[in-house]
Design a protein around this ligand. Structure first.
Ligand SMILES: [Zn+2]
Ligand SMILES: [Zn+2]
Length: 132
């Protein structure tokens, strides 16, 4: 695999994640990347996503028994997630709307580099269905 191809795959994956706001899993990213680069394999998409996560460009939302979902880290737009246990929908929660975690609760001398909260629950649509 040449460097050029790797770079094109990387930009294609980044572009998919930048334009999608529904936190796709690797298979969904693969489907969209193939519209631009038809020969890209799912394995390549996994490896590219792993590299982007390692580089801090992309974050993951992981749930036991579910495919890992991916989200592009938009500059100046830090957000947390609210996850529906029923349908798996993932909603963005702007970090600016939440209080900062109290430093007193952290181990002495601990330096925070990243904060990520996940709110688990049931979305409005699923709550409505449960009532019906
Ligand atoms: Zn739901
Ligand atoms: Zn998100």
């Amino acid at each position: 695999m040449t460097m050029v191809r790797q770079t094109r795959q990387r930009s294609a994956v980044i572009e998919v994640l930048q334009t999608s706001r529904d936190h796709p899993d690797a298979a969904q990213v693969h489907t969209q990347v193939r519209e631009k680069l038809p020969s890209v394999s799912l394995g390549t998409v996994y490896r590219t996503l792993d590299a982007l996560v390692r580089d801090g460009v992309v974050m993951t939302i992981e749930r036991t028994g579910q495919a890992t979902r991916y989200d592009y880290k938009r500059a100046g737009e830090h957000h947390h997630h609210a996850v529906c246990r029923a349908c798996g929908a993932i909603f963005d929660v702007p970090a600016a709307a939440l209080p900062q975690p109290p430093a007193a609760a952290l181990p002495a001398g601990f330096q925070v580099t990243d904060v990520h909260l996940e709110f688990m629950g049931v979305c409005a649509g699923c709550a409505e269905k449960n009532r019906a």
